[in-house]
Design a protein around this ligand. Structure first.
Ligand SMILES: [Zn+2]
Length: 157
């Protein structure tokens, strides 16, 4: 019985720790807002994608077929993320890029949800979810940044 008690206790401690980490996470971003503030700023779709790590349906977003010259900034904090110069036709129905404007403007984290092991891409300033990055992109980087239009705002040159 004593062992069981210890195991239960350890389990509680571990749960408490992971809970704390989750809550503590947003603090490391330079731009932080409450859920209410995000809901006010974003449309319902933008909120689900950018703040709840949702994915828009392919071929439905605003930018997968956008061929304008300019830059794509974060929907949450307007940080420069991608340029039309690195946008390419991926055939996926999501805006795809082979390189961000600045490496430090995006953050890559491992995402093991939905039974897949993927690399999630976040805005490094506000933590908004942008999409995922894969290793099957074109030269010169070989990367495919598969983004959600809902997480981006296009600024025409
Ligand atoms: Zn941002």
């Amino acid at each position: 019985m004593k062992t069981l008690g210890v195991i239960l206790f350890m389990g509680l401690v571990m749960m408490a720790c992971s809970g704390y980490t989750q809550q503590d996470k947003p603090k490391k971003f330079e731009v932080t807002k409450t859920e209410m503030e995000w809901k006010k700023q974003l449309t319902p779709e933008q909120y689900i994608v950018a703040r709840q790590k949702g994915t828009e349906r392919p071929y439905t977003g605003e930018y997968w077929d956008n061929h304008g010259k300019g830059k794509y900034v974060c929907i949450g904090c307007k940080l420069d993320l991608f340029s039309s110069d690195t946008k390419f036709e991926s055939g996926t129905g999501w805006p795809s890029f082979w390189d961000p404007i600045k490496k430090e403007n995006v953050l890559v984290a491992s995402d093991n949800t939905h039974g897949m092991s993927r690399d999630e891409v976040l805005c490094s300033r506000c933590g908004s979810h942008l999409g995922h990055v894969f290793d099957d992109g074109p030269k010169p980087t070989g990367k495919r940044y598969c983004m959600n239009s809902a997480s981006l705002s296009f600024v025409k040159k």
